[in-house]
Design a protein around this ligand. Structure first.
Ligand code: MF3
Ligand code: CO
Length: 262
């Protein structure tokens, strides 16, 4: 097992990949409206990624046919954009995207509401986001990987939510998926020791009901088994000797105080 420690140059490239992906998320979230199709979102997102001189890393990854994973309501991740899937007021939609800048990857996801959404949906989205930041409290060199996992799970489970176990976060760098795997659920061991220069994609996927998931016949779309709402929040981060650097945080999140949450 080998987790790569990135060089200063690699980190510079990943910062830029992250900055661009944050801009894509910021701009894409503003476009989400009732009446648009999930394919419209993919088209817009791919155009934005390419306009910044980046490559959408998901496109054709293991045969995935689009640039943005668009997952609506009970869909957890890897929803396939479709011209016939029209967003309705009250839906929640998870947008997961990755870009490659000069050979280096960033990966991030946000769940957003379509028009007005229910109070319980708002809470699920907010608490999924907060579970990530609870994880960040442990994401420092010298701590262990599963300290992050345990903090995420402990926070989300307080609300009776189901923390998805069948999909995990991952190392990231010159490859979209590198070692290590990063569970969002509780582990009995502490896992590997975190070191400055590790770059990780931490991505809690939280269901309102059961943690169990199913794969649809398209072989990509993952849904909650009980069809309860699901939210996803992901950033690419850099481990340092102090607080982690969140490479894909948007400017509006920073302005709203996200850096003080961990
Ligand atoms: N963000 C996803 C992940 O972290 C990547 C989607 S896989 C793809 O694993 F095939 F859809 F690209
Ligand atoms: Co990821």
């Amino acid at each position: 097992m080998s987790v790569k420690i990135k060089t200063a140059h690699e980190i510079e490239l990943m910062r830029e990949a992250g900055r661009i992906l944050a801009l894509v998320h910021e701009n894409l979230a503003k476009e989400i409206k009732p009446g648009m199709s999930t394919l419209d979102i993919d088209r817009l997102g791919e155009e934005m990624i390419r306009s910044y001189g980046c490559i959408p890393s998901f496109k054709n990854y293991c045969g995935y046919p689009a640039s943005i994973c668009v997952s609506v309501n009970e869909e957890v991740v890897h929803g396939i954009p479709n011209a016939n899937r029209i967003l309705q007021e009250g839906d929640i939609v998870s947008l997961d995207a990755g870009v490659i800048y000069k050979g280096y990857h960033s990966d991030a996801a946000r769940t957003v509401g379509v028009g007005e959404i229910s109070e319980e949906a708002k809470l699920l989205i907010e608490r999924t986001r907060m579970s990530f930041f609870e994880g960040m409290k442990k994401a420092t060199a010298g701590n262990h990987l599963f300290d992050i996992s345990n903090n995420i799970a402990a926070y989300a489970e307080k609300f009776g939510y189901g923390v998805v176990r069948d999909l995990v976060g991952h190392g990231i760098g010159s490859q979209l998926h590198e070692e290590p795997e990063i569970p969002n659920f509780r582990k009995r061991t502490r896992g590997l020791k975190l070191r400055a220069g590790m770059t990780l994609a931490v991505e809690p996927m939280i269901n309102m009901g059961t943690h169990e998931v199913l794969w649809l016949d398209d072989e990509w779309t993952v849904v909650s088994e009980d069809l309860s709402l699901s939210a996803h929040y992901e950033n690419t981060i850099l481990i340092t000797d102090g607080k982690p650097e969140l490479l894909t945080l948007t400017e509006s999140e920073k302005a709203a105080g996200a850096l003080e949450l961990f």
